[in-house]
Design a protein around this ligand. Structure first.
Ligand SMILES: Cc1cc2nc3c(=O)[nH]c(=O)nc-3n(C[C@H](O)[C@H](O)[C@H](O)COP(=O)(O)OP(=O)(O)OC[C@H]3O[C@@H](n4cnc5c(N)ncnc54)[C@H](O)[C@@H]3O)c2cc1C
Ligand code: FES
Length: 275
């Protein structure tokens, strides 16, 4: 059995700067040793580690249907994320994973899925959308509502353009305030969700984004008829071990790293309120 505390070596194959302020970078990494490759599902995360700096959890932004690499998008906020931003293509780092649970893509089969994202939390939602498209005949309607403060802060712009051209996915992009040249929606994600009003019939919703966005999107989904057990989200908590041992990430009796990070709102309603 592999020691879950020992990182495996991965090489940074490609770096994509996602935003003009350079605070968002995407890293495609490849396994240095093929034998380390693993299976995973959308929603799971990994701990990325840098010698002498530490490690931090990041959602896997690629879908398991994309072979040969793993994708992570990193927002620069502190020690580990800033050091990751200094990496060059070809550099090696450590990785532990896959960790946590996944979006219940098996449960979604035969139904429609509405994916709602805000800001850079779109990472595992990208993984989910790519996965659903790769298994397109297993699902009915796929609707993606994705918002950011400005057009520049939308991740994966080339891919969004490609999805816009497809007829088997409805993509709605929105930004907070109108800017010259933007011809799509303007307004916050909850408002746009209300306007688009996706049908809740035989439909699952997955919502990730800043807490304020989630707070205001939930009542909209309820109004549209989505029950709490059909709405999923992914929680971000401070983590250390990522494998349910250190007690750093728990909410009541649940470990976010092990029982989550993906929870339905029905499950979250049963957890103690966070201070
Ligand atoms: C399951 C999971 C998936 C994640 N996926 C992504 C992802 O795909 N992309 C991404 O950019 N980030 C993601 N994060 C958040 C990321 O792990 C943190 O930003 C990272 O740990 C910060 O490390 P640091 O050393 O750079 O910051 P530090 O130097 O440790 O801290 C810098 C600042 O960030 C705050 N901070 C650090 N971690 C968190 C956190 N988890 N929640 C709130 N505030 C925090 C600190 O309080 C401090 O103010 C995820 C977190 C979890 C738990
Ligand atoms: S991070 Fe250690 S128990 Fe979850």
């Amino acid at each position: 059995m592999k020691n879950p505390y020992i990182p495996i070596p991965v090489k940074v194959e490609k770096i994509i700067v996602e935003s003009d302020d350079k605070a968002l970078r995407t890293f495609n990494v490849v396994f240095c040793n093929e034998k380390d490759a693993f299976d995973f599902l959308p929603g799971q995360f990994c701990e990325l580690s840098l010698l002498g700096k530490g490690e931090a959890p990041f959602g896997i932004a690629s879908s398991p249907t994309e072979k040969g690499f793993l994708k992570f998008t990193v927002n620069r906020v502190g020690v580990v994320t800033t050091t990751l931003h200094y990496l060059q293509e070809g550099d090696k780092i450590g990785l532990r994973g896959p960790l946590g649970n996944n979006y219940p893509v098996e449960k979604f089969k035969g139904d429609s899925v509405v994916v709602i994202g805000g800001g850079f939390a779109f990472t595992t939602l990208r993984a989910l959308t790519v996965y659903l498209l790769a298994h397109r005949s297993d699902y009915k309607n796929i609707t993606v509502i994705y918002g950011a403060r400005t057009p520049d802060l939308l991740l994966y712009k080339d891919e969004l353009s490609a999805w816009e051209k497809r007829e088997d996915i409805q993509l709605w992009l929105t930004i907070d305030k109108a800017v010259d040249g933007w011809e799509k929606r303007v307004g916050f994600v909850p408002t746009v969700t209300k306007e688009i009003a996706p049908s809740s019939k035989n439909t699952w919703a997955v919502v990730c984004g800043p807490p304020i966005m989630i707070k205001f999107t939930l009542p909209v989904l309820s109004e549209l008829g989505f029950p709490p057990e059909r709405i999923y989200t992914s929680l971000e908590r401070r983590m250390k071990c990522g494998i349910g041992k250190c007690g750093r990430c728990n909410i009541g009796l649940k470990y976010v790293c092990l029982d989550g990070p993906v929870f339905s709102f029905e499950q979250l309603q049963k957890l103690p309120k966070e201070e």
